[in-house]
Ligand binder design. Structure first.
Ligand code: APR
Ligand code: ZN
Ligand code: ZN
Length: 361
């Protein structure tokens, strides 16, 4: 059997997205059919629409989602119909060299559904990040579904599926922020703000938020930043040093993805400190640093892929903290919108007044 549902499709490079009827197959072995309840609008969706990821149009957009499992295919035991789940793009394989070494958060062979979702004329769709959740129903690998407490709001929970997890994980998993640490976060959009929240959860003593936009700094402060620096107005490296006894922060999280902000992160950390790059650069960007400084300053220069998260470990834990009132995921939901308003949400993204627009179905 197949299901005909409404979904947001990007048909060609730079063209506005359209609401289409798509065909979703019943789950085969190892797959799950999910009734989507909410899906956040992420920069990566826009990036797909602009042809910045690859040319495999048409794309089925949407990937920060939560919903309810409607059906599962043969051999699926981890989730069952009726489960409230967050979708992830790290369904670990258990077999690759990372998994075999006990580091599944680096899994190099993550799973997606094997069957294709299509347009009604049979054209294969390419789901964004192997998910495709701006749709009433989507088909994923069962491992892409992580069961969490049903009491959580779908709009908030879905955000853990991508950007918010990336930021929290950059602080907690990659940066290993601990009690009493000083942390600086450069770039306070959805990802950077989540890094602020993650640092706060981990017990950081001082959290310095850096951005070029005062509105972003205000939000960061509400989410737990203890200090803010507008790096258009003052040199962020000096400002961070001034706020840390002249030494620099223990952990600096770069959530922009540009050479100049990476350089700031590199020099704004204390000796033997850690830089975490969670912002995603573009292919033409180059970084130049004196090698002697790389050596002489010691410490660790790390990248954070998806916050080095392990969905089965991190999603239920973070949802529990959310339900206890210790993790304000609702603060990341700036507005809830309908399925046909994704294009408008892309436009709002440029104005910088939205952390996340979330499609609620
Ligand atoms: N210095 C400081 N902050 C900057 C600078 C800069 N030179 N340039 C931009 N910013 C700020 C913006 O003002 C904004 O607040 O960085 C923030 C970026 O936020 P968003 O555009 O909302 O992006 P976000 O979703 O947070 O993602 C950030 O992480 O996952 C990656 O691809 C994503 O590279 C992107 C980054
Ligand atoms: Zn693996
Ligand atoms: Zn995303």
């Amino acid at each position: 059997m197949t299901h005909q549902v409404r979904a947001v499709v990007a048909r060609g490079k730079g063209a506005p997205v359209s609401l289409e009827t798509i065909v979703v197959p019943d789950p085969g072995p190892g797959e799950a059919l999910v009734k989507v309840e909410a899906c956040g609008v992420c920069h990566t969706d826009l990036h797909y629409r602009e042809g910045g990821v690859n040319d495999d149009f048409p794309f089925l957009l949407g990937h920060e989602a939560a919903g309810v499992v409607e059906a599962v295919g043969e051999g699926v035991t981890d989730v069952a119909p009726g489960d409230f789940v967050i979708l992830n793009w790290r369904a670990v394989c258990g077999q690759c060299r990372a998994c075999q070494r006990g580091r599944p958060w680096y899994c190099f062979d993550t799973h997606n559904a094997k069957q294709r979702m299509t347009l009604t004329d049979g054209t294969d769709l390419s789901p964004a990040l192997g998910i495709g959740a701006f749709a009433e129903k989507t088909l994923v690998a069962a491992g892409q579904c992580t069961k969490v407490d049903r009491a959580a709001s779908a709009a908030a929970a879905g955000l853990l599926g991508c950007g918010v997890m990336a930021g929290i994980g950059a602080a907690i998993n990659t940066g290993r922020v601990g009690r009493g640490d000083t942390v600086a976060v450069i770039g306070c959009g959805g990802v950077g703000d989540a890094a602020v929240v993650g640092s706060n959860l981990a017990g950081a003593a001082r959290i310095i938020a850096v951005d070029i936009d005062d509105r972003k700094l205000e939000t960061a402060r509400k989410l737990g930043a203890t200090h803010t620096v507008n790096s258009k107005e003052s040199d962020p490296v000096e400002a961070i040093r001034d706020l840390t006894g002249g030494f620099g922060a223990d952990v600096v999280i770069e959530a922009v993805g540009r050479p100049e902000t990476y350089r700031q992160a590199f020099y704004a950390r204390d000796l033997a400190g850690t830089v975490v790059l969670v912002g995603v650069p573009t292919p033409e960007m180059k970084l130049e640093l004196p090698l002697l400084d790389v050596f002489g300053r010691g410490g660790a220069l790390k990248s954070s892929w998806y916050g080095d998260c392990l969905p089965s470990r991190d999603f239920p834990m973070l949802i529990d903290l959310y339900l206890q009132g210790r993790l304000n995921l609702d603060a990341f939901v700036t507005e809830t919108i309908a399925l046909d308003e994704v294009e408008k949400a892309f436009e709002r993204m440029h104005h910088g007044d939205v952390l996340r627009s979330v499609v609620v179905l």
